[in-house]
Ligand binder design. Structure first.
Ligand code: TRP
Length: 340
């Protein structure tokens, strides 16, 4: 039987240093999937062209690419099966972006949440021109993302809820292309896991750089411990039964531990585990989970050439798919070699 394997693809914007929240929400599930997926059926890439929309500091952009790539590799991504590459190494992506741009309705982009948020912010600040300070890169961001997805025939795109609209737009754009030029593009579907674990910060809000409550994923154990010690608790004494469903420490534990471990911890809450003890348990758990990756991560950061080699191998594999598709697309739209 020649059953078509489903292609999964997702991009990781290279802004900042990867943190524990990224690990729990995106890296760990993807790494686990990469170990069982058929070779060549999952694609993970560094969205560094997208990063330029958000960050104009060249050294930060470069450093973040290294750190994000090193984090994925250190977390155990199986790059023999999954194709792991850097968006900017695939020249077919910006080429496809332009072709898609010629077919994308401006009105569709006007409705993009990210663009609307930016113009709303201007209106709220009484800026006379709602487009002030907004680059075309932000406006057209969804078209570049559509090219990322459509370039590799992705069927499923695992993303957070905030990216649902972008995947919908990629569907729209693919359908428009196929309708006009013939069915060359696969219409993708967003794969949004509503139960995906969210790791909260010590103040109870989502772990996010914008709240400044982030722990770098592979930071030294000492820093990790400090962070856990800061997590908010209440004034209940050791020995008093505690409510796990109203405990940040428990939430954090649950986001990394197995179902059995979580159930056992629930019982320890009922039996009155003290906060200091619980903090220690959580720290030990996280530290054991992350220590092996931490070593690999530090070694990769010290040897960027190893990361580079990995990304280049990935790009070669990716281009085995993007080159022929781009050839077909050029032919389909009329960008053809002239022949006698
Ligand atoms: N925009 C996505 C984010 O900010 C990253 C991204 C870029 C992406 N291209 C993609 C995700 C293609 C999935 C598919 O999270």
């Amino acid at each position: 039987m020649n059953e078509k394997k489903l292609i999964t693809l997702t991009g990781i914007t290279t802004t900042g240093t990867p943190h524990l929240g990224n690990y729990v929400g995106a890296i760990r599930p993807a790494v686990q999937a990469s170990r069982s997926d058929a070779r060549g059926s999952s694609f993970f890439f560094l969205a560094d062209l997208h990063a330029l929309v958000k960050n104009r500091n060249p050294d930060e952009v470069a450093q973040s690419s290294l750190e994000v790539a090193a984090a994925w590799l250190a977390a155990g991504l199986d790059t023999k099966r999954a194709v792991f590459y850097r968006q900017s190494d695939i020249p077919e992506i910006p080429e496809l972006t332009w072709i898609l741009t010629t077919l994308t309705a401006k009105g569709l982009m006007n409705r993009s949440h990210a663009y609307k948020a930016a113009t709303d912010a201007n209106r709220d600040a009484d800026v006379p021109d709602p487009d002030r300070g907004i680059a075309m890169g932000l406006f057209c961001y969804p078209i570049l993302m559509a090219a990322d997805i459509l370039m590799f025939h992705a069927d499923r795109v695992p993303v957070g809820k905030d990216q649902r609209q972008h995947v919908e737009m990629a569907r729209d754009i693919a359908q428009r292309f196929n309708h006009h030029y013939g069915r060359l593009l696969t219409v993708p579907e967003a794969d949004i896991d509503e139960h995906r674990a969210v790791l909260l910060g010590p103040d109870g809000r989502k772990m996010s750089k914008s709240y400044g409550n982030v722990v770098p994923l592979f930071c030294p154990a000492k820093k990790l411990r400090k962070y856990i010690m800061r997590v908010r608790t209440n004034s209940q004494a050791p020995g008093e039964p505690k409510d796990p469903d109203d405990s940040l420490l428990f939430d954090m534990y649950r986001s990394v531990a197995s179902a059995e471990e979580t159930a056992a911890m629930r019982e320890r809450y009922a039996a009155g585990i003290g906060w200091a003890e619980m903090k220690n348990e959580l720290f030990e758990y996280l530290d054991a989970l992350l220590a092996p990756g931490r070593e690999v991560y530090d070694r990769l950061i010290a040897n960027p050439g190893d990361v580079e080699a990995e990304l280049r191998r990935g790009a070669e594999r990716a281009r085995e798919i993007s080159r022929p598709l781009m050839r077909d697309i050029r032919e389909a739209v009329g960008l053809r070699t002239l022949r006698a």
